[in-house]
Write a protein that binds this ligand. Structure first.
Ligand code: AHR
Length: 672
């Protein structure tokens, strides 16, 4: 293949092209990016734990199915220390939202250390740093004469007698825990050690000689390690960093299906995800487990602000899924005004200044400045619903009227919906593709002239969910029951190549494709709702696995360039080589991204209309097209410098190299 790059006729690249999609699926929110280290902190229920994950000490696996658990309080994740009895009670609600408390009965004959411990989200990472602990406690009127001198908090091993860090909350002589009202106590644990594994616990303990015969109630027990940008109630630091490190420019949240709910009542209600945690009820998420809503609207927006990421806020659009797999349920047309009003309230909360009621509410929760919000997505995958044709225009027009500068994104378009709906110019369409590799290769030119060909002048695209979901099959139909042998559980090199070709097609159409994000993004290896995912993780920060697809996207995102360069094909055609060229502003650097989807190397010549003085390259490849990254081989498919690039002489304008089989490459030319 031989191509010619020249300087003229450029387009700007899409500045937000590479992004991230987040919803709480596969415990990627609670037990994932939400920094809370304790499972079931307010006894709202959590996932059951069955069995152990191979290679992950102390882990447990639920199921790769979509488990539907009963909504209800459980003690999962908690154990007593010493001879205490644990039970749940409704007698002393912490708030209308958190009505269940843990009752800890300490027998009269108790001796030594007594208390409770929490096992974390299938374990707990313990490493040097500050841990912020807090809990609400209430006492029954003490039945003995003792009085409390201290309560101890500690991080400890669940396997050995090691105690990694400890602190005490002192009580002056004669005081006791209130028996009239809940009191919140908090303390910091300064930890200096790295525990050898994540099988650790957080314990709250008493000296039995001071409390034997007493009963204590606990609720909203919380432990935060240091978070991304040190935010209280913030994001797990390493996972937040992984999102930013990809080069993420845009974040879509909070769903996905998890926005919609398995009934109208169970939808993600923005106003129940804000304010003090004590008043956040939580909900049964769409992926079969409790969402505490600790990771709420403001936490997402704060993360975007800290990470320099543009938020795409998906708003509830009056349609919920159905838990039993039947058609979903929609607000009737004459009730859509309620849905619109709720969205307008939400947008005022996000963007209103403090003179507005919801802006003032946001300010009272610690963010007086309005958040920046330029993109709102109306619903999720509404091609499943026959009611979008009346819901979309009502919401589109109503939001547009109040917020003319916000770009609105439709989730359904004629192509894959059963009805006709048009997206006004200036709007966007969110497409979703879970497909086979050949679909993506064949879609390389899908966006070429798309607006003209489809009569969508002025409409642009957010490729909001995509992944190579299974290998190529004879009928090309994706099987969501994920049969062994066909389904891709962890992104393989083959998947990254297919997705990469599709993304190159997006990159060379910056007037059409403005954003993209792989989905789902994060997988807690202890709870698999959906595979494949971009990043897999456990409680142990050192076990986070970045996939081949992550690395491909990162290579592209970090070398997006400011402008596309026209490329003339002198000899050969696309397939098996696929390419796009971009330049940084000022012309100092040209990026040539090239993928070889074939099984043998292909000679490539790139001729420039100018001289270049150096070339560097990064390659993602592996001898096995099915290779993937996993716990025991986390960097099997990871980027490496290209070591066999030709030496460059002064005044050179032509570059020749053989592109290795099954490889994704970014060549970086220093011009001049
Ligand atoms: O990404 C997983 C799910 O796939 C999303 O929740 C939904 O939008 C899509 O069907």
């Amino acid at each position: 293949v031989s191509v010619f790059l020249n300087a003229g006729g450029r387009n700007q690249t899409a500045p937000l092209l590479y992004g991230w999609m987040h919803e709480d699926i596969s415990h990627s929110g609670d037990g994932g990016i939400y920094g809370e280290a304790l499972v079931n902190r307010a006894f709202q229920g959590s996932g059951a734990t069955i069995g152990a994950l191979p290679g992950v000490p102390g882990s447990s696996v639920v199921s790769s199915e979509n488990p539907i658990l009963p909504w209800g309080p459980v003690i999962t994740g908690w154990q007593g220390i010493g001879s205490v009895d644990l039970s749940l009670t409704l007698l002393h609600p912490l708030s209308d939202a958190l009505r269940v408390a843990l009752q800890v009965d300490i027998p009269f004959n108790a001796t030594g250390e007594v208390g409770i411990l929490n096992e974390g989200w299938w374990g707990m990472d313990v490493r040097p740093g500050t841990y912020n602990a807090s809990f609400y406690i209430l006492s029954d009127k003490p039945r003995n004469n003792g009085s409390l001198s201290h309560i101890d908090l500690s991080l400890r091993s669940n396997l050995t007698s090691d105690i990694w860090a400890t602190t005490s909350i002192p009580f002056s002589n004669g005081t006791n825990i209130s028996s009239f009202e809940w009191t919140q106590y908090s303390a910091q644990l300064e930890n200096t050690v790295r525990a050898p594994n994540s099988n650790n616990t957080f314990a709250i303990t008493f000296d039995a000689s001071e409390v034997a015969g007493n009963t204590y109630y606990f609720d909203l027990v919380s432990l935060f390690p240091e978070t991304f940008h040190d935010r209280p109630n913030g994001i797990r630091r390493d996972l937040g960093q992984a999102i930013v490190d990809l080069g993420t420019k845009v974040l879509r949240f909070p769903g996905g299906n998890n926005l919609e709910g398995y009934s109208i009542e169970q939808r993600w209600k923005w106003n129940e995800t804000i304010g003090p945690l004590r008043y956040r009820r939580g909900r049964v998420g769409d992926w079969g487990y409790t969402n505490t809503n600790g990771l709420g609207l403001m936490e997402y927006l704060q993360f975007c602000e800290d990470g320099g990421i543009e938020p795409v806020l998906a708003v509830y659009a009056g349609y919920s899924l159905d838990i039993w797999g039947q058609d979903g349920v929609s607000f009737p047309e004459d009730r859509m005004g309620d849905v619109l009003q709720d969205i307008l309230n939400e947008l005022e909360f996000v963007t209103g200044d403090i003179s507005t009621p919801y802006g003032a509410l946001r300010a009272s929760y610690g963010h007086p400045e309005p958040f920046s919000l330029n993109y709102v997505e109306i619903g999720n995958e509404d091609w499943f619903s026959s009611t979008y044709p009346y819901r979309f225009p009502i919401l589109y027009n109503g939001i547009k009227q109040a917020y003319p500068n916000i770009t609105l994104i439709s989730t359904a378009y004629n192509e894959n919906a059963n009805y006709n709906i048009s997206i006004p110019a200036g709007g966007m369409w969110d497409t979703h593709h879970y497909e086979e590799p050949s679909f993506f290769l064949e879609s390389f030119d899908y966006w070429d002239n798309w607006q003209e060909a489809t009569n969508n002048e002025g409409v642009t695209i957010f490729v909001g969910e995509y992944s190579v979901f299974q290998i190529d099959t004879p009928d090309g139909v994706v099987n969501f029951s994920m049969p062994l042998g066909e389904h891709i559980f962890f992104p393989t090199l083959m998947a990254a190549i297919g997705e990469g070709v599709y993304l190159l097609g997006a990159e060379r159409n910056p007037n059409v494709v403005k954003m993209s994000s792989y989905a789902p993004s994060l997988l807690n290896l202890n709870w698999q709702n959906w595979t494949p995912d971009l990043v897999a993780f456990t409680a142990d920060y050192d076990q986070t696995v970045l996939s081949a697809s992550y690395y491909m996207e990162q290579m592209f995102a970090l070398h997006r360039g400011a402008e596309t360069l026209p490329v003339t094909t002198v000899q050969g055609t696309f397939d098996p080589l696929w390419w796009v060229a971009t330049a940084e502003q000022g012309d100092g650097v040209v990026y040539f991204k090239v993928i070889n989807s074939g099984n043998s190397s292909v000679p490539l010549t790139v001729d420039f209309d100018r001289t270049f003085s150096a070339v560097n390259g990064t390659i993602l490849t592996h001898p096995d097209l099915g290779a993937f990254n996993y716990l025991d081989n986390a960097t099997a498919v990871s980027p490496a410098p290209i070591t066999n690039l030709p030496a460059i002489a002064a005044g050179q304008t032509a570059f020749t190299w053989a592109v290795p089989a099954w490889s994704i490459n970014v060549l970086e030319f220093e011009m001049g």
